[in-house]
Design a protein around this ligand. Structure first.
Ligand code: IPD
Ligand code: CA
Ligand code: CA
Length: 267
């Protein structure tokens, strides 16, 4: 009998709801307290990021005892074989800091490094994006499908910047070049939600370098299950060793070619 990942989605949703609730309840205190920084002065981490991750770890330890957890704030390593939980306790922390309501809790289960179940939950709207491998992607229970876009010049494409200034400069040059070849580009500030937006057809594609596993583990599964072409970091070196690329099939090849021509592979 084949493995059914759907019960893992239920666990992820239960835990993500509790984490999202904590993130909302503590926002005022978290953004007025000391806000620390990580890789650069603009890469922030709040008390709520840490508390959310701790809550997820504690709850998974009860609901799924013994299974390893990788989280953005505390790290951890994947099981060589078997199931690992991958957690971004707040994706879109800069938005959270400013009160821009576009951020999420992202939890995925990976089997041998491959996402099999995932949830991206938005604390402000309460929207719940889910997928189980082989069983489709859903927004609040409604099945998702990617857009039918088939012209690159009429496509809406999401992107993101790395925190390091030098790399950001090179990324900006690439995206400026691409901006004349598509309908428009969007930088919304939460990678997990960019991936969900492709799943819903709210974006036709999304690409970014240097994502962490926690950024894409749930969202990329949701996009794939909605029918997107998905290239994870390491899978398509011509786009750059650490590129994530997600697109509706009708424009995927043309967008990939355009990105390469615009220098995306060497940012
Ligand atoms: C960031 C967001 C952002 C993306 C960055 C991520 P964080 O995650 O997803 O949209 O451009 O690459 O690091 O730091 O808010 O969890
Ligand atoms: Ca993130
Ligand atoms: Ca985060």
């Amino acid at each position: 009998m084949s493995f059914d990942p759907r019960p893992l989605v239920d666990v992820a949703v239960t835990v993500a709801r509790e984490a999202a609730d904590l993130v909302q309840r503590t926002r005022q205190a978290a953004v007025t307290a000391q806000v620390d920084t990580k890789s650069t002065a603009t890469d922030v981490v709040t008390e709520a990021d840490r508390a959310s991750e701790q809550l997820v770890r504690d709850r998974l330890a009860v609901l799924r005892p013994g299974e390893p957890v990788i989280g953005e704030e505390e790290g951890g390593s994947a099981a060589v074989e078997g199931l690992t939980w991958v957690v971004d306790p707040i994706d879109g922390t800069v938005n959270y800091l400013y009160g821009l309501p576009h951020y999420a809790v992202s939890i995925a289960a990976q089997l041998d490094g491959v996402s099999v179940a995932g949830v991206v939950l938005e604390p402000v709207s309460g929207r719940v994006w889910t997928a189980a491998r082989g069983h489709g992607a859903y927004l609040d229970g409604t099945r998702l499908g990617v857009s039918g876009a088939n012209r690159l010049d009429l496509s809406l494409v999401g992107y993101g910047f790395a925190y390091r200034a030098e790399r950001r400069q090179r990324q900006a040059t690439t995206w400026a070049a691409l901006s004349t070849r598509v309908r428009d580009i969007r930088r919304a500030g939460a990678a997990s939600l960019d991936l969900c937006a492709v799943a819903a057809g709210w974006l036709d594609a999304y690409a970014e370098h240097a994502l962490g596993r926690w950024d894409w583990a749930a969202g990329a599964l949701i996009a794939a299950e909605a029918g997107a072409v998905v290239r994870l970091p390491g899978e398509d070196p011509e786009l750059g060793e650490d590129a994530t690329f997600v697109a509706t099939p009708g424009i995927a090849e043309d967008l990939r070619t355009a990105l390469v021509e615009c220098g995306f592979g060497s940012v």
